[in-house]
Design a protein around this ligand. Structure first.
Ligand SMILES: NC(=O)c1ccc[n+]([C@@H]2O[C@H](COP(=O)([O-])OP(=O)(O)OC[C@H]3O[C@@H](n4cnc5c(N)ncnc54)[C@H](O)[C@@H]3O)[C@@H](O)[C@H]2O)c1
Length: 358
């Protein structure tokens, strides 16, 4: 199989430790790391060691003279995703752009049109939609494993302070733009990216835990006709958050973190019928009583084999290889990314965070 030549712009936490880790892993049988573009000299030196055959560059515009590139990965600061991706597409490069990808629908449409006009592939790095936790949750919902899902709760919360560029509105940062694409995308995916979803409630705020001016509290409730309620939080002041996805169905509950899952459910017909009583109920001593019984339930639990960061990244890059070489559709396409962008856009319109740093 012919490997594709790849250039990546940005070798930070994501470029080096998510994308780079995949490039140097056994799972990467698809890409040669040909060029690394990075503003920082030390990071360029590290890249030379990490990817021995690559050429390092300082300015991404130097890529425009190269004729041996099959894919460019835009892993720069979030506010540079749109302008740099647009230029790359105009120069007829296939592009994989990190999340959050774009600020709004208009930018999404511009990039989609630019890719079409130039006959190139535009892909979005939303690797959580390829991770084992998400795929298991999707199976639980679609196969009604804990009955008909009534509520899906998604928590990407922590209790931590932050002071880097990911706290600045000018850099398109904050919890909604930064972490948001993962849980918001998962929430929309678990209701099948229903065309009629609506944001029923949204609150976006900034707490003193952040040194910057971008939000670090987000609560979103979305739903669509005949779909479960999806309740999402991306908060930095939650000291007691013990799951990422919880699905409450008509027969029980499923709960997962990035590493583990468990569920508890009942099976139809195993528990004695309980016809409704219209008047008071009593216990064996004829005293007033509450409904009480030993319900026959089943419990299962397990561990995931990998996370969105390793398994998810490898899957996304594999799909992208076949998209570029064979035109095969990817699970995360621009249409799905646009749903997430629309939700982010609606949440941002409710933000109470004032711009403080320009
Ligand atoms: N998908 C994920 O799970 C995930 C995780 C972390 C970050 N991200 C995303 O990745 C992007 C980068 O975040 P990060 O945490 O890696 O940031 P970072 O600060 O660790 O690194 C950013 C790097 O990009 C380089 N850079 C910026 N502009 C450049 C330019 N014009 N040319 C060349 N290099 C440039 C910087 O010098 C820096 O080394 C963000 O958009 C972030 O939202 C995604």
């Amino acid at each position: 199989m012919k490997k594709l030549n790849l250039a990546i712009i940005g070798q930070g936490r994501s470029g080096k430790d998510i994308h780079g880790r995949y490039y140097v892993s056994d799972k990467n049988v698809y890409y040669n790391i040909k060029y690394v573009v990075e503003l920082d000299e030390h990071r360029r030196e590290v890249a030379k060691e990490m990817y021995p055959n690559c050429e390092v560059l300082c300015d991404y515009k130097e890529l425009y003279n190269k004729t041996d590139i099959d894919l460019v990965v835009n892993d720069t600061y979030s506010d540079l995703h749109f302008p740099i991706t647009k230029e790359l597409l105009e120069h007829k490069f296939n592009v994989l752009c990190e999340k959050p990808f774009v600020r709004n629908r208009y930018e999404c449409d511009v990039l989609e049109n630019t890719a079409k006009e130039n006959g190139v592939v535009l892909a979005v790095f939303q690797q959580s939609l390829y991770g084992p936790m998400f795929e298991d949750a999707l199976r639980i919902v679609n196969d009604k494993v804990v009955g008909e899902p009534l509520q899906i709760s998604i928590r990407y919360n922590n209790f931590a302070r932050r002071w880097d560029w990911q706290t600045l509105q000018t850099r398109m940062a904050g919890n909604v733009f930064n972490t948001g694409p993962h849980p918001l995308g998962i929430g929309l995916a678990l209701i099948g990216f229903d065309e009629n979803w609506e944001l029923k409630f949204g609150e976006v705020k900034l707490s003193p835990l952040s040194s910057g001016d971008a939000d670090d509290y987000c609560k979103a409730i979305i739903s669509a006709p005949n779909k479960p309620v999806v309740d999402i939080e991306v908060n930095s002041m939650d000291a007691f958050s013990n799951y990422n996805i919880k699905i409450q169905g008509t027969r029980g509950t499923y709960q997962a973190t990035n590493t583990n899952w468990k569920m508890k459910y009942i099976v139809d017909g195993e528990n004695e019928e309980r016809p409704v009583k219209k008047n008071f109920i009593v216990n064996a001593k004829n005293n007033p009583a509450y409904c009480s019984e030993k319900l026959i339930t089943h419990e299962e639990e397990g561990e995931f084999n990998g996370t969105a960061f390793d398994v998810g990244t490898a899957k996304l890059y594999e799909e992208l290889y076949f998209k570029i070489t064979k035109g095969k559709e990817m699970y995360v396409n621009v249409d799905k990314a646009r749903h997430t962008v629309r939700l982010i856009e609606q949440l941002q319109s409710k933000s109470k965070a004032h711009v403080k740093y320009l």
